[in-house]
Design a protein around this ligand. Structure first.
Ligand code: NCD
Ligand code: ZN
Length: 351
């Protein structure tokens, strides 16, 4: 049987290494969509105000666990939002106590709720050096924010202007370049053999920039980093299906209500939590690489983070198209679910 003819696949329960759960009513509404299929997730700290301190991470984790339906198991892995005022001792204590798994670096102004991010990288160097000492990983939103750099070039420029110099200064720091969108990033990660990995989202494996712009603007395909040319998407698929241990899933599922997406200045973010595993099965199957899905979604991430893979499994079964809701309702308004533009034949069962 060739891979493309497979009709069933059982893999370790996947984890999501980059997820936005928000807070309050939105958290309640979106958390089950992830917990249904995923064992753990790296929780993004870009709330308003952001999750900066260990104490804030403790509170946020409690709110997440309180929002989890009683019949579901899920482990949130918390992150601290790096600011120029972040205290290295607080970060080290949060890591030692297990409350924070990683620190998140947003260049100031790069994306949704990133105003408190980093402007001057020298100011955060003491924190980064401390993290390198204790083996705590840094998750990076890898885009420069200079107004004179074209939005489609911001990731590639970040690699040269920020990431290479940073890695020279703090070579022992373990870094995850998140939601990579370019051939440049894939090449950079492949050429680096120590302390660097990358996450890839579900939607960047499926859409390119034409999906956003051709035939009318499609706000539900707008996210940051913005999707690039088709050649870049192909490079991402090749990296994801390769089994290379340095690439793993971080959905960047980022819910915003339709009223916030569908306006003159709409928010960045694509909500993929409900149908991510079915979408990925289509992508991997089309590439003739379904058996590699487990490495990408369930094994490579825990390996980089020094954690064991989940014991439980899920089974993906091919059949008639699976019906996913077009949106989920929240008290704040509907949140549209990512539409991959093709039927999803793979249903997911938790074992
Ligand atoms: C994210 C969000 O909405 O919080 N948006 C997005 O487009 N991905 C922020 C982010 O991860 O960049
Ligand atoms: Zn994100």
């Amino acid at each position: 049987m060739t891979d493309k003819n497979m009709t069933s696949l059982t893999i370790r329960r996947p984890d999501d290494w980059h997820l936005h759960l928000r807070d309050g009513a939105m958290l309640q509404a979106v958390l089950p969509e992830t917990a249904r299929h995923f064992g753990r997730a790296i929780i993004m700290p870009n709330l308003v105000p952001p999750v900066v301190t260990a104490a804030q991470a403790v509170d946020y984790r409690e709110r997440i666990m309180a929002a989890l339906p009683g019949d579901m198991t899920f482990k949130p892995l918390m992150t601290l939002y790096l600011t120029e005022e972040t205290d290295p001792d607080d970060v080290a204590a949060a890591h030692a106590s297990g409350i924070a798994t990683a620190v998140k670096l947003y260049p100031a102004g790069a994306t949704t709720n990133s105003a408190s991010g980093v402007r001057d990288f020298e100011k955060v160097r003491p924190v980064l050096e401390r993290m390198a000492d204790i083996g705590m990983p840094l998750c990076i939103h890898g885009e420069v924010t200079d107004g004179d750099i074209d939005i489609f070039d911001r990731e590639a420029v970040f690699i040269d202007k920020v990431l290479r110099p940073l890695r020279k200064k703090v070579p022992d720091l373990r870094i995850i370049m998140e939601h990579v969108t370019t051939q440049d990033a894939v090449d950079y990660v492949r050429d680096t053999h120590k302390n660097l990995a990358a996450t890839i989202t579900t939607h960047h494996l499926i859409i390119n920039r034409n999906h956003i712009l051709v035939g009318g603007i499609k706000p539900h395909f707008y996210c940051l980093p913005v999707a690039k040319r088709e050649g870049h998407r192909i490079a991402l698929v090749q990296a994801a299906v390769s089994g290379d241990k340095r690439f793993f899933l971080g959905t960047d599922s980022a819910p915003h209500t339709d009223p916030l997406k569908l306006q003159a200045c709409g928010c960045a973010g694509i909500f993929t939590a409900p149908n991510t595993m079915s979408c990925l099965a289509e992508v991997f199957n089309a590439a003739g690489a379904l058996p590699k899905l487990e490495a990408f979604a369930s094994l490579n991430g825990p390996r980089f983070y020094g954690l064991a893979p989940n014991e439980a499994t899920i089974t993906l079964t091919k059949g008639d198209p699976v019906a996913y809701p077009t949106h989920i309702d929240t008290p704040d308004g509907p949140v549209t679910v990512f539409d991959p533009g093709f039927d999803l034949h793979w249903s997911v069962t938790s074992n």
